[in-house]
Design a binder for this molecule. Structure first.
Ligand SMILES: Nc1ncnc2c1ncn2[C@@H]1O[C@H](COP(=O)(O)OP(=O)(O)OP(=O)(O)O)[C@@H](O)[C@H]1O
Ligand SMILES: [Mg+2]
Length: 333
């Protein structure tokens, strides 16, 4: 059983909220997804109907929550945000559902962490907008069926594999968010630096972009740290040297890898001769949480082609050996 306690909440919710795209144009990248959503939104609006239930999945910080907010705004719908672990009992969900405004959006983040009875109560709500409440216990128990307002569920998860098949099948559409291209991250940095009152030299912006794990949230976080260093150096325009130095101090390397990424790769190569090794064993060897490895670190290492997932576990690729340097290759021989 995969542990469910993976670190999930954003490391800097204030920064997230400050820099969240305010409109559709400010949401950079994910072009195919945006185009598809746009058609669905326009069609629903012209029919005067709510949007079908939607599921977004993908690694943290790629824009799932931002999209949920933008869709609700575009539909002119109120958004009620909550999270899987916050809905502890069926009564909590019943209270949320019965209080929804007509044609509103319910956003459930971390939907993979919904308790089973809560999930089961959600099924008829999604299918027929009906809520089944059981009154009393034992042989005398009765079921009361309530009609709910029309609503759209937008759910987000970093762990689509943990969703049960019946839950997954109840979404009209399911969308994967991909990592961003460097020029897209540069565009995001351009906007963020404007909002944070920073002027970046073009090369400084490029350096931050390539170090950002192809992830907008990471780019914004790095930008803030670079700004701090520029301030102590009295720079009005952030120089490439300052960007480089800030990244060096954060121990982020040229591929955007952080110390934990390198520790994982080093363990995989040195302790397990490049694998294959199971996630559990790797987690134990590095004292990292299994869920965090799977959610946060592994997707980017897979994207870079530094590791591969095989049925027998994770393996390090030649690219990973090359990145960690000659020593790693020598140890393999
Ligand atoms: N496409 C985008 N364009 C501009 N900024 C973006 C984009 N996607 C994300 N961001 C920035 O990254 C931050 C994090 O995005 P968001 O909270 O939507 O990610 P998430 O996928 O919900 O992450 P998590 O899985 O951790 O909940 C946002 O506040 C925003 O500043
Ligand atoms: Mg989110």
């Amino acid at each position: 059983m995969v542990p469910q306690n993976a670190k999930k909440s954003s490391p800097d919710p204030v920064l997230d909220a400050t820099l969240r795209p305010r409109n559709w144009q400010e949401f950079i990248g994910q072009k195919k997804l945006k185009a598809n959503l746009w058609v669905a939104i326009e069609a629903a609006k012209s029919r005067g109907e709510p949007l079908d239930h939607l599921l977004f999945y993908g690694p943290p910080g790629l824009g799932k929550t931002s999209l949920a907010h933008l869709i609700a705004a575009e539909m002119g719908a109120a958004l009620t945000p909550t999270t899987g672990p916050a809905i502890e009992r069926t009564g909590d969900l019943a209270a949320i559902l019965t209080n929804l405004a007509e044609k509103s959006v319910l956003f459930i983040d971390e939907i993979h962490r919904l308790a089973k009875p809560v999930e089961e109560l959600l099924y008829p709500a999604l299918e027929a907008r009906s809520l089944h409440i059981i009154l009393g216990r034992g042989p005398g128990a009765r079921t009361l069926e309530l009609q709910l307002p029309t609503f759209t569920l937008i759910a987000a998860t970093t762990r689509p594999a943990m969703l049960s098949a019946p839950l997954r099948s109840r979404f009209g559409t399911t969308w994967r968010l991909d990592f961003y291209e460097a020029p897209e991250i540069e565009q995001i940095l351009e906007r963020s630096s404007r909002l944070l009152n920073i002027t970046l030299a073009a090369e400084a912006r490029r350096l931050i972009a390539v170090s950002s794990r192809a992830t907008p949230r990471t780019a914004n976080r790095l930008l803030k740290r670079v700004r701090d260093l520029a301030q102590t150096r009295g720079e009005t325009v952030v120089s490439p040297d300052t960007a480089r130095e800030a990244l060096r101090m954060l121990e982020v390397d040229a591929e955007g890898l952080e110390p934990t990424d390198r520790r994982l790769l080093t363990a995989l190569i040195e302790q397990f001769r490049g694998g294959p090794v199971g996630l559990k064993t790797l987690a134990a060897a590095t004292a990292e949480d299994e869920g965090t490895i799977e959610d946060v670190y592994e997707p980017y290492l897979l994207q870079l082609g530094f590791i591969e997932r095989t049925p027998r576990g994770r393996t390090a690729t030649a690219k990973a050996y090359a990145h960690l340097g000659k020593g790693a290759v020598a140890r393999l021989l």
